[in-house]
Write a protein that binds this ligand. Structure first.
Ligand code: SF4
Length: 281
């Protein structure tokens, strides 16, 4: 499946990789700010291949800009659709749907994150005449309490972009088990609130089977309570993206949910929170 091909390697590029995205319904141009393949989470369902992880590799912002401009040009001229696997992209999806800052780790951990956002927005502005597409930040929410990251997020929204925030648990214990991190869930929620109070956000949540058991219902209920807490504190959640594992996860006891199970979760979340949900099986 073309949608399952989310390889972060494209040509000789080090940072910029186009993918056909289910979520954005077109070509999403990714920027990987973690070429060292290091993340401050260690999610049990993570689908990043950590072979070749090399902590401390530096990030070259001018190279990111070069690669981004070249990749956008290739999509716009159609040159990319002569190259496998993009030659299989259906005609109606052959457009740039967004630029997504994400990576093989948590992008906001890069100390030059604000500068990257500023430079990427400059390139995007040069492209505005040739079509609008937003800049999206995909984050695990851990770095959102840093003032410079908050400034970058304000800049993203000022330029009609958006932030997609990961939330995969309802309880501290489950969060710890899933994220493999000691950063408490209450810190994550506080960070999500800090953005959602200023801008409407998208929540991204991954649900899956553990040891072939269905996703725990109590965890879904607690997760909904957290979403309601964010909204009741003045946070705006535009959408909840519900997805499951699509590529081999880090732990082999993690497996995907069926379409019916995802439907059940999406309906339950909508019933308990009244927030729109979308499913990505
Ligand atoms: S936050 Fe993302 S990149 Fe980091 S371990 Fe979790 S799924 Fe993988």
């Amino acid at each position: 499946m073309l949608y399952q091909n989310h390889s972060r390697s494209f040509k000789e590029n080090r940072y910029v990789y186009p993918v056909l995205s289910r979520r954005s319904k077109g070509i999403s141009v990714g920027i990987n700010l973690n070429p060292d393949k290091v993340c401050n989470f260690n999610c049990i369902y993570c689908q990043v291949d950590r072979n070749g992880s090399a902590p401390g590799i530096s990030v070259d912002i001018s190279q990111i800009c070069r690669e981004l401009a070249e990749t956008l040009e290739m999509i716009k001229t159609g040159e990319i659709f002569l190259i496998p696997p993009f030659d299989k992209v259906p005609p109606e999806l052959r457009h740039i749907s967004d630029i997504a800052i994400s990576g093989d780790g948590e992008p906001t951990m890069f100390p030059g994150f604000y500068e990257v956002v500023k430079e990427v927005l400059k390139i995007k502005e040069e492209w505005e005449e040739r079509g609008h597409f937003p800049l999206v930040l995909i984050t695990n929410s851990t770095g959102l309490n840093r003032p410079k990251v908050q400034d970058a997020i304000d800049l993203i929204y000022k330029n009609n972009g958006e932030v997609w925030l990961k939330l995969d648990a309802g309880s501290e214990d489950f969060h710890k088990k899933v994220s493999g991190s000691d950063i408490p869930l209450k810190v994550i929620i506080q960070n999500i609130k800090s953005v959602a109070i200023r801008h409407p956000v998208v929540i991204q949540s991954c649900f899956f089977r553990i040891d072939n058991s269905p996703f725990p219902i109590s965890e879904i209920e607690d997760y909904c309570l957290l979403l309601k807490e964010i909204v009741e504190s003045g946070g705006k959640i535009r959408l909840i993206q519900i997805y499951t594992v699509a590529r081999p996860p880090r732990e082999d006891y993690v497996s995907p949910l069926s379409q019916n199970e995802l439907n059940f979760i999406a309906d339950k979340v909508h019933e308990l929170t009244n927030i729109p949900t979308e499913i990505y099986p």
